[in-house]
Write a protein that binds this ligand. Structure first.
Ligand SMILES: NC(=O)c1ccc[n+]([C@@H]2O[C@H](COP(=O)([O-])OP(=O)(O)OC[C@H]3O[C@@H](n4cnc5c(N)ncnc54)[C@H](OP(=O)(O)O)[C@@H]3O)[C@@H](O)[C@H]2O)c1
Length: 267
């Protein structure tokens, strides 16, 4: 079985080294108002424990979570006890989700409260990365207090780096001027954020990909959608890691096998 252990790479100039696949954790915390091809039950603790162990065995060291992913952070805290130092943890600020609805707050006070709450929920004193969970109005969000607040938290050492998960090219480019990393949508169906990837490459900034499999929709079409999907994702050299939101161990193995093969061929 191929693994990703020898394929870790720097995340821009953050000093972090990440596996080319990360584990997205929406589906361990939330199954309401999501856009996956089919409905699902949240996995139980034992299933998540086994998924995390498998991810580690396969060489994955990056976990992506957020306050807006329902109970994802709360569940990860206890489950990561004893293995926290083996993970690069990325969480977010700005979006809140409850009773099936999102709302947003990009103020300095909320940003600090949110990071402190993430630390508490994740049972840690440091987050390697925090991203702004944009509402899509990216440039307006970047004019708010959230970025300076994250800069202050970085200076205090509570977070290692910060960046932006947005929806627009203008927002992604602006966010990378002062931030360490952008999380972009980049898949067979959606490549409009290419200029953000180009900028990241020329300025040594980190790029994490969300929805690399178009939230699972591309898996339902074509002859070998995984190979086609991951070949596209890793065709751009700015991509440091694709965060895949699977709760299925067989899919996790398939994804790792496919990415390990593609990246080995690129070497
Ligand atoms: N605004 C933001 O910041 C933002 C927005 C969206 C996502 N994200 C992050 O990015 C992560 C990934 O995004 P995403 O979950 O929307 O999309 P994704 O990773 O493109 O797709 C996940 C979906 O694909 C399915 N899948 C995965 N591997 C598969 C395989 N080998 N064969 C068939 N189906 C497969 C999963 O189902 P199974 O569980 O059955 O494998 C799941 O339903 C999220 O978990 C989250 O961490 C961030």
């Amino acid at each position: 079985m191929k693994t990703l252990h020898n394929l870790h790479r720097p995340l821009g100039s953050t000093g972090l080294h990440v596996s080319p696949l990360g584990l997205g954790t929406v589906k361990i915390g939330r199954n309401q108002s999501v856009k996956y091809p089919s409905g699902f039950e949240l996995p139980d603790d034992q299933q998540v424990r086994e998924l995390l162990a498998l991810a580690q065995d396969l060489g994955i060291n990056l976990l992506d979570t957020a306050p807006a992913y329902g109970i994802s952070e709360e569940r990860l805290g206890p489950l990561l006890r004893g293995q926290r130092h083996q993970w690069v943890l990325c969480s977010k600020v700005g979006e809140e989700f409850a009773d099936g609805e999102s709302w947003f707050d990009f103020s300095a006070a909320h940003t600090r409260r949110s990071v402190e709450r993430s630390l508490q929920r994740l049972q840690t004193d440091h987050l390697e990365l925090v991203l702004v969970h944009s509402n899509g109005d990216d440039l307006t969000v970047l004019e708010d207090e959230v970025y300076p607040a994250l800069q202050a938290l970085k200076q205090e050492g509570l977070i290692g780096g910060f960046g932006f998960s947005g929806k627009t090219v203008a927002g992604g480019l602006k966010a990378l001027e002062d931030g360490d990393c952008a999380m972009v949508t980049w898949n067979l169906r959606e490549q409009t954020e290419r200029p953000v990837l180009d900028f990241a490459l020329s300025h040594n900034k980190g790029i994490l990909v969300k929805k690399a499999l178009a939230s699972g929709h591309i898996c339902l079409e074509g002859e070998d959608p995984l190979s086609a999907g991951f070949e596209l994702v890793f065709s751009h050299p700015a991509v440091n890691s694709a965060i895949i939101g699977t709760i299925n161990p067989a899919h996790l193995r398939q994804n790792v096998e496919t990415v390990a093969r593609i990246l080995s061929q690129q070497r």
